[in-house]
Design a protein around this ligand. Structure first.
Ligand code: PA5
Length: 350
């Protein structure tokens, strides 16, 4: 267990420097934006649909892109987190194969299948077999910096896909949004970095409230639900706690009944609800009402709100707050935030 107000001791608890990668997210956004703008892309042309393939810490790049692009894109934006391509993927599908290591078997299988169907392919990776196959097949690849955990490389994985889509006419030009995202993230880091004591640091405060509890994270559809899923994955992989994510408005039609809790189980869970100013009024009303009805059943029920005006800034602000919170939760409970031994074991076993 590490005292969160004694950052001099973080080095021993976090030997690989995971917290440093969290504090450096603004710099990563800046560099990822450059990589996306400079990337060589397939020729512009009709795009019937966009499919972003990837797993885990890489696959969430597709969810981020869908949340940002879907409200305005003329083509559907879909994700694939498995081996097999849907039947509709063909020559007019723009397929991004995203794998930080470049060795993930599901993503490689999807890449091979998309290449066989003549899809317009782009690989996003640090190297591995994915890069080798992209180069051998003459497909564009966006090579991102290595040396991080995939879940600490979200901007490198997601922004080049977003920028590529924008360059191919599928999304807004992002210069203003990226500039605002940088401002919002720099402010977030200033509020949550290691030197800010728990009494003034919202991420440390929340981490201390969540200690010892499995967590349900919920967000409003689109942006909020992707952020909730990211928090859930970071709670699992960084803090090594059971966590679940859910999305309004759908959860108001089923999950809330489970939260009523006649058997007292909900009282052993924490609830974190991720809010943002872009929630449609009806959705915001439903979230408030649900919290009023079932919030008291939880051991801890917290709401956190994104800063920022653009969807990109809001999403990255929630991501950053979640990354800080889960890293401090790991440190507060004596867990090394970096290794994911069970994922490694599972990959070796299959
Ligand atoms: O966070 C992790 O380490 C995992 O979720 C990986 O991202 C996942 O297993 C896929 O690997 P990669 O990101 O290298 O494609």
């Amino acid at each position: 267990m590490t005292d969160l107000d004694d950052p001099a001791r973080f080095g021993g608890a976090d030997p690989s420097g995971f917290l440093e990668s969290v504090e450096r997210l603004p710099g990563q956004v800046r560099e990822a934006w450059r990589l996306g703008r400079e990337a060589f892309l397939p020729p512009a042309g009709k795009v019937g649909a966009v499919l972003v393939c990837g797993m885990g810490g890489s696959g969430i790049a597709g969810d981020v892109c869908r949340a940002i692009l879907a409200p305005t894109s003329p083509a559907p934006i879909l994700t694939l987190k498995s081996y097999d391509l849907p039947a509709w993927v063909g020559r007019d599908t723009l397929v991004f194969a995203v794998s930080y290591s470049g060795t993930t078997e599901e993503t490689l299988a999807a890449f091979d299948a998309a290449a066989a169907r003549g899809a317009r392919l782009v690989a996003v990776t640090t190297g591995g077999a994915l890069l080798t196959r992209a180069q051998a097949g003459g497909h564009p690849s966006i090579v991102i910096p290595g040396g991080l955990q995939p879940r600490a490389a979200l901007a490198y994985l997601a922004l080049p896909v977003l920028v590529a889509c924008a360059r191919l006419g599928l999304g807004p030009r992002l210069a203003g949004e990226v500039a605002e995202t940088l401002q919002v993230l720099e402010a977030r880091v200033a509020r949550c970095e290691r030197g800010v004591p728990a009494a003034k640091n919202p991420a440390k405060t929340l981490a201390l409230r969540l200690r010892g509890l499995p967590v349900v994270v919920a967000g409003g559809d689109g942006l909020g639900s992707v952020a909730a899923y990211r928090w859930k994955c970071q709670l699992n992989e960084v803090a090594k706690v059971p966590a679940f994510s859910s999305a309004f408005p759908e959860l108001g039609h089923n999950e809330v009944v489970g939260w009523e809790d006649p058997g007292g189980v909900t009282g052993d869970f924490a609830l974190v609800v991720l809010r943002h100013a872009g929630e449609p009024p009806r959705l915001a009303g439903q979230i408030e009402a649900a919290l009023g009805i079932v919030g008291p059943a939880f051991a801890v029920a917290e709401q956190v709100s994104a800063k920022g005006g653009s969807p990109l800034a809001r999403l990255f602000d929630l991501v950053s707050l979640g990354d800080f919170t889960t890293t401090y939760l790991a440190l507060a409970t004596g867990v090394d935030p970096t290794p994911v031994a069970t994922i490694d074991r599972l990959k070796r076993a299959t």
